[in-house]
Design a protein around this ligand. Structure first.
Ligand code: ADP
Ligand code: YYY
Length: 229
């Protein structure tokens, strides 16, 4: 007789700059669970395509790139995960706004999403998984015990991104970032496949006026309610 092992999963979805990555890293540290940064897979597909000279319009070739991504997620210092693509470290290179925009374009292609689906599900392992993305609660892990949807005003999200870039010593324009965020929201929310939207059973949290610590506390409380800690 085979038994199915229950793997606890917390999904965290939401638009760019809502705080998903930050909260997911902290949750993964506090609970000691695995972490899936699904956005990184779409970013890596865009970077690999650029390396191979494939235009972001060529869905047939992009699907092949996504299906054969040669990537390793290596444990680095603290919560930092080192990402190696085709033997080259790309941890920072995949985080630019330009790659974010390309990722959002390839992510609207059904065959690219299909090619990455099983790879994402394979991250589920004991003692548990924190899954960060756009469709974690709706499509990839619909059985997750706790689903969180983080949101914040576009202006607040742009301001967070702006501060993040400036603190890294990069130059940035707040207006350009706001326009980029609005364009990405529009594409991610209105695509025909797996659009960004809260799962019907998601806990929706507007973080515009909340600190990172406050958001973490609410999510940890919800996890406790669901018997996850
Ligand atoms: N509640 C918050 N209040 C203020 N700044 C935040 C908050 N949540 C996240 N940030 C900051 O906003 C930036 C973007 O957060 P991030 O976690 O990368 O968002 P996402 O993964 O949703 O794109 C980071 O610099 C992070 O420190
Ligand atoms: N599960 C996911 C994760 C990301 N995407 C797409 C849509 C996003 O605009 C890009 C980049 O995602 P990522 O989470 O890395 O971006 P942000 O950190 O939120 O700016 O990938 C997706 O369609 N589905």
């Amino acid at each position: 007789m085979s038994t199915t092992v229950f793997i606890p999963i917390i999904t965290v979805d939401g638009p760019s700059g809502s705080g998903k990555g930050t909260i997911c890293r902290l949750l993964s540290q506090q609970l000691g669970w695995h972490l899936l940064d699904s956005g990184a897979l779409y970013r890596l597909t865009a970077v690999a395509a650029r390396h191979h000279g494939i235009p972001m319009t060529d869905e047939e070739s992009l699907k092949v790139v996504a299906a054969h991504l040669d990537v390793q997620f290596l444990a680095g210092t603290a919560a930092e995960i080192k990402i190696v693509l085709e033997g080259e470290e790309v941890t920072d290179a995949i985080r630019t706004e330009a790659i974010g925009a390309d990722a959002s374009i390839v992510a609207a292609m059904p065959s690219v999403r299909q090619a990455l689906l099983q790879r994402q599900r394979d991250f589920a392992a004991l003692p548990g998984l924190i899954a960060d993305g756009r469709d974690m609660g709706t499509v990839v892990f619909p059985e997750a015990r706790l689903k969180v949807y983080l949101d914040a005003s576009a202006e607040e999200r742009a301001s967070r991104r702006y501060k993040q870039l400036i603190s890294k010593g990069l130059s940035a324009s707040l207006e350009d970032i706001l326009l980029d965020i609005q364009a990405r929201d529009e594409r991610d929310m209105n695509r025909s496949i797996s659009p960004l939207k809260p799962a019907p059973d998601a806990v929706i949290l507007d973080t515009t006026q909340l600190t990172i610590e406050e958001v973490l506390e609410v999510v940890l409380d919800e996890a406790k309610h669901k018997g996850l800690r």
